[in-house]
Ligand binder design. Structure first.
Ligand code: FE2
Ligand code: FE2
Length: 156
């Protein structure tokens, strides 16, 4: 199913997020040094994923709660954001294999939830004018998250 325009940019960023998860997974499989994976993960967190979470929190929560206070999918989104943010803090302190694996799994699960449940829910909940406003706000905030990286550890 095609994503509605107001969620298009967030969906592109989800694609980038899945690329980041896949690269980290490949790095773990091919024995890339953990400090290199940590460096990559933290860079992607600071320059793409964190901004993505903030965009969702700034531009999706208020509109959804206007129509549906205590919206369950929005609450689930916030809980998952919190879990992933805490995982990054843990990795900052201790970048072992288990913690990076947990991060990969949590990120994938979160993106899947938003694409399969949260976004279809918002598409049916919100009014067209509001969708247009959200699209306008989000277009300013698009971050291309999977651009070049050296070394390309996932290729070895
Ligand atoms: Fe999210
Ligand atoms: Fe998202």
């Amino acid at each position: 199913m095609k994503r509605e325009k107001f969620l298009e940019i967030l969906s592109w960023e989800h694609h980038d997020g899945l690329v980041i998860a896949l690269r980290l997974e490949k790095g773990l499989e091919n024995g890339t040094e953990l400090w290199l994976l940590k460096d990559y993960l933290l860079d992607k967190w600071n320059h793409a994923l964190k901004d993505h979470f903030q965009s969702e929190e700034r531009y999706l929560i208020q509109p959804a709660q206007y129509y549906e206070p205590d919206s369950a999918p929005i609450q689930k989104m916030m809980q998952q954001h919190e879990v992933i943010t805490k995982l990054v803090e843990t990795i900052l302190d201790k970048a072992n294999k288990a913690n990076i694996e947990k991060f990969i799994a949590a990120l994938r699960q979160h993106i899947q939830f938003e694409e399969k449940e949260l976004f279809p829910y918002l598409e049916s909940l919100l009014e067209p004018e509001l969708k247009d406003k959200i699209a306008q706000c989000l277009s300013i905030h698009y971050v291309k998250g999977d651009k070049g990286w050296d070394p390309e550890f996932w290729k070895t």
